[in-house]
Design a protein around this ligand. Structure first.
Ligand SMILES: [Zn+2]
Length: 430
């Protein structure tokens, strides 16, 4: 396969563009994925009431029907290269097996299909299935090129396939099928999950850190974050203890949007910064790239709201993470947190990372699907007027835009209410 790479950190970045045969090119520039809705969004919007905004402090958007969103990070990002990479790293002295993310690999087509089929079995009050927002990392390290060029950093856009000897037959088709079926909604996570400039600095300066990275990369594993937090997050440099400057962030975000478009045929409407590390410069760059929904992790005190620029800011408020919570996970607690939001008219924004659906090294998928299946069934039984929405739906509802999309048929009034900090929960992760 002819890989195409972005040599980050040089002034002339030889990026060859090639359209993936899996990607159907489309000309529109905002996501309008095929939906399973039986009615149109405009039917909802015609009856929607929205109060005047532009207040000094954000006020929570609330709705007269219970809304549930599922947001999931880290799709498309390779980790430990399955059993072979796992054993190679252990042989090299890395004691993998201590934390859940030591077993993070990459979803398989079977993992994605199992998720899609489970979601398709569920329906809200107007017959739609849940549509999971999947935040994609749109490039991986190009291990083959890195090995040939003295361990400098090269990237391979996701649309051009998986790097090195990684194999996932049918995976990209499974993403596209879920999108076509209206149960997946792709959004942007980042070009990479880690801070490229921090990694390049460590490669050049710190002997131990550089040696650890080379050990990982020889096994075609980019990193395991908890073992090397000095790699930071895409827009956050931990050693400098600051965000990248505005021009660097703008360049990265423009590139990630290009890679996203190449993968999915549309530009992203919604984005979530790796590690939730975003600042004003991130937001400005997102806006200039057409992103209108900014996702945030849980643990803060702000409610989901429209800001003064008309951007929808969504804050997660239910952590549904059985893979990483282990025995501390409680389905009942997740349900209680969700009821707490819904009973106040607030959207329940559920965080569930991609690791929950992995099965290559450890079967996180079977218990997570069972729990999510039960979670959705309980909500459907308890809330006869439940609506499943994704970020695009919520944006349209909040801004009263017109157009076709996933929809709700019944009366849906949107109002704003004062934020109640007690309604938020802690425990945000990447
Ligand atoms: Zn992440």
């Amino acid at each position: 396969m002819k890989n195409v790479c972005a040599n980050w950190g040089t002034s002339s970045r030889p990026v060859e563009r090639k359209v993936s045969p899996l990607v159907k090119k489309q000309k529109f520039c905002t996501p309008e994925f095929k939906c399973n809705a039986k009615v149109t969004l405009s039917a909802v919007l015609n009856s929607l009431k929205l109060r005047i905004r532009n207040r000094k402090s954000p006020r929570a958007l609330s709705f007269d029907r219970p809304l549930v969103l599922l947001q999931s990070d880290d799709w498309g990002r390779v980790g430990v290269r399955d059993r072979e990479g796992f054993e190679e790293l252990r042989s090299a002295g890395v004691p993998l097996g201590e934390q859940p993310y030591d077993f993070y690999t990459l979803e398989t087509a079977e993992d994605v299909c199992a998720l899609r089929e489970m979601l398709q079995r569920h329906h809200d009050s107007i017959g739609r299935s849940p549509c999971m927002v999947m935040n994609f990392v749109v490039s991986n390290l190009d291990f083959a090129k890195i090995g040939d060029h003295g361990f400098q950093v090269y990237l391979q856009p996701l649309a051009h396939g998986l790097p090195g000897s990684w194999k996932r037959p049918g995976l990209f088709d499974s993403y596209h099928k879920g999108i076509a079926d209206g149960v997946f909604y792709p959004a942007l996570h980042g070009t990479t999950h880690f801070c490229l400039s921090a990694v390049e600095r460590e490669l050049g300066k710190k002997k131990d850190n550089a040696a650890l990275l080379r050990t990982f990369w020889k096994s075609e594993t980019p990193y395991v974050y908890w073992r090397m937090p000095w790699i930071g997050y895409e827009y956050w440099d931990p050693e400098q203890n600051e965000f990248l400057d505005a021009s660097s962030q703008d360049r990265l975000i423009r590139e990630s949007v290009e890679f996203f478009q190449e993968m999915f045929g549309v530009r992203p409407l919604s984005a979530c910064a790796p590690g939730y590390r975003a600042n004003q410069d991130t937001w400005r760059a997102w806006s200039s790239s057409g992103i209108r929904v900014f996702q945030n992790g849980s643990g803060g005190f702000l409610p989901t709201h429209l800001d003064s620029q008309g951007t929808l800011r969504i804050y997660r408020n239910v952590d549904f993470e059985p893979a990483t919570s282990g025995s501390a996970f409680s389905l009942e607690r997740c349900l209680q947190q969700t009821r707490q939001k819904l009973d106040r008219g607030l959207p329940a924004v559920v965080s569930i990372h991609a690791i929950n659906f992995h099965s290559s090294l450890r079967d996180f998928r079977t218990p997570a699907l069972k729990l999510l299946d039960r979670f959705l069934a309980v909500l459907e039984a308890e809330y006869p007027d439940l609506l499943y929405v994704h970020d695009g739906d919520l944006y349209r509802m909040a801004t009263q835009a017109t157009g076709e999309g996933r929809a709700g048929s019944a009366h849906l009034a949107t109002t704003e209410q004062d934020a109640d900090p007690s309604l938020t929960v802690g425990g945000g992760r990447t």
